[in-house]
Design a binder for this molecule. Structure first.
Ligand code: ADP
Ligand code: MG
Length: 313
């Protein structure tokens, strides 16, 4: 039977932090990504796709805030939905083109997805998820006087605005995703971790000011389609201990026990590598076989256990 792989694409892999984020740049990155994904389909894997949205949703929010005098500003949950539409569109169209070139006729669709979070999640009081552009130390000095953002250093790459990132509990569109996947469709869902919503007292859903980490959302998506492999494609080719320090050690294969231990020891930054390893542990404890964390370019080799970091139970 063909292995089911949930591919989680990093938002930073679609918009690299040195790029301005033009439509052309992002489309080009997405096309390159899809070429790699189609090779995986040709290798015999059954794919479902999710993607991050950190850079994009931050940009959308900033645009809204900057044009507040002229037009009503949209809240963050709507910005997340917009980013799902934008990135879903680019991925869907690029997958269709690349599959057509490869002579594959499988239908592909992206789904606006909502993710239920707990309204009392402590994350609402401790923003940790970096979004939007990177700023230098001097730019941040100026910005702090103009805006009320929480700002944090992001893994040695610069300073960024951070927003609350509550833990996803469930995906609202679970049944739709399952039905589509089981009928053979390549589903793109839970983009940006899903639009974060809470359940109100009467049972209705309401969007909240937050961005769910896409890797934690990916774990729920993976459980819906009963994936054997969770493939997280990001902008580093391996997970490291002592990341960015002179004594950095890159990891090849680790067990779930080691992953838990390194997490506890604080090797993986919250808001970036932390949630990936956390998602890996959850995936493996709920029936998943193998987690791979690597770069887009190394994805295929990593599936053959020749690159990247593999986490196994
Ligand atoms: P994505 O958009 O793919 O989710 P993130 O920025 O959230 O990307 O996570 C990947 C980043 O995590 C890397 O670019 C790196 O800067 C950072 N990082 C933090 N800790 C580690 C670590 N221990 N090993 C490797 N990368 C790490
Ligand atoms: Mg991330």
């Amino acid at each position: 039977m063909n292995k089911r792989v949930l591919v989680a694409l990093g938002g930073n892999a679609i918009l690299r932090h040195k790029e301005r984020g033009t439509a052309e740049e992002q489309f080009e990155n997405v096309r390159r990504t899809c070429k790699h994904l189609v090779r995986l389909i040709q290798d015999g894997y059954r794919l479902a796709i999710t993607h991050g949205n950190g850079p994009q949703v931050g940009d959308i929010l900033l645009k809204n805030e900057r044009s507040m005098d002229a037009l009503p500003s949209m809240p963050l949950d709507i910005c997340v939905a917009q980013s799902q539409g934008m990135l879903g569109y680019m991925l869907q169209q690029s997958m269709q083109s690349e599959m057509k070139k490869a002579g594959i006729n499988t239908p592909v669709v992206s789904l606006i997805t909502q993710t239920i979070v707990d309204k009392n999640d402590i994350a609402f009081k401790n923003p940790s998820k970096p979004i939007g552009p990177f700023y230098s130390a001097s730019e941040i000095g100026k910005l702090r006087k103009e805006v009320k953002w929480t700002i944090m250093e992001d893994s040695g790459r610069g300073f960024r605005r951070v927003v609350p990132s509550p833990k996803p509990k469930e995906v609202v569109e679970r049944d739709a995703i399952k039905t589509l996947f089981e009928s053979g469709v390549i589903v793109i869902a839970a983009g940006g971790g899903g639009v974060p919503v809470i359940i109100k007292d009467g049972g209705n859903l309401k969007g909240v000011v937050a961005v769910v980490d896409k890797d934690l959302g990916a774990q729920i998506f993976a459980s819906i389609i009963e994936a054997q492999i969770l493939l997280m494609l990001t902008d580093v080719s391996k997970v490291s201990l002592n990341y960015g320090e002179p004594n950095q050690v890159d990891l090849d294969v680790i067990t779930i026990t080691e992953a838990r231990q390194y997490l506890q020891e604080g090797h993986f930054a919250p808001g970036s590598m932390g949630p990936k390893v956390e998602a890996a542990v959850k995936f493996l404890t709920s029936g998943g076989e193998r987690v791979i964390i690597t770069s887009l370019e190394m994805g295929r080799k990593a599936l053959e256990s020749k690159a990247g970091t593999t986490i196994m139970s």
